[in-house]
Design a binder for this molecule. Structure first.
Ligand code: ITT
Ligand code: NA
Length: 211
């Protein structure tokens, strides 16, 4: 059984839909370090969560990155949702000509064991993703607990709120003519940042557990 460590049931709904029921929510609010990148936040969280849970954990750090604002709210998305709110993030973005945006998700896996280095393409992609996610230069590298990172990104644009589904910023993020709040969980997973990260993780995890 894999512990999806999050306080956010919306994330779990998507993960369970994607990975089937070998995954359960573990409601634990790990420390979120300050970083301009999601990778180090997720890696630090996964180590803390693994030490707390004592079983394999997957931590999910995500955010909305607006092009016009140089990536804001990005790693601060949760704080901004609580303080400013989704509707007013839209009203800030509405003033901009450039409304392009992306959702990012970094999944960090830790089970206390070393990951064998392998030259297969999946692993190479993951290293590139890990580097892109800012994990390589992290001070967290000093911690001996190995963590594996998987990143997913989806491009879209900021729009006036539409739709009742999903959670968080979904109503103001449009991809291919639909906001993410107008999509079913399955439709969102097929194109979303989290779905893409889960796909990479699932492929890797299947191989890992098959040996
Ligand atoms: P945990 O840290 O406990 O997992 P959280 O909701 O605080 O839960 P984050 O720290 O990763 O999660 O913050 C992500 C923010 O971005 C938060 O405001 C979410 O509502 C939002 N968010 C994350 N994934 C999203 C998605 O798929 N669609 C819309 N908003 C999302
Ligand atoms: Na959080």
């Amino acid at each position: 059984m894999l512990n999806y460590v999050t306080t956010n049931p919306g994330k779990v709904r998507e993960a369970v839909d994607y990975l089937t029921d070998d995954v359960q929510q573990f409601d634990f609010d790990y420390t979120e370090i300050q970083s301009s990148e999601l990778g180090p936040i997720a890696a630090h969280g996964a180590r803390e969560a693994y030490r707390h849970v004592g079983e394999p954990v997957l931590v999910d750090d995500a955010g909305l990155f607006l092009d016009a604002f140089d990536g804001f709210p990005g790693p601060y998305s949760s704080y901004v949702e609580d303080t400013v709110g989704v509707e007013r993030v839209w009203r800030l973005g509405e003033l901009e000509e450039n409304r392009r945006a992306e959702f990012r998700c970094v999944l960090a896996y830790c089970d206390g064991e070393e990951f064998r280095a392998s030259p297969d393409p999946v692993d190479r992609d993951d290293r590139v993703a890990a580097a892109a996610a800012g994990a390589e230069e992290s001070e967290e590298e000093e911690d001996p607990l190995p963590v594996k990172l998987f990143e997913g990104v989806v491009r879209g644009r900021l729009v006036a709120p539409r739709g009742e589904g999903g959670f968080g910023y979904d109503p103001i993020f449009e991809h291919d003519g639909q906001t993410m709040a107008e999509m079913s969980t399955e439709e969102k997973n097929a194109i979303s940042h989290r779905g893409r990260a889960l796909a990479k993780f699932g492929e890797w995890f299947q191989e890992r557990t098959a040996v």
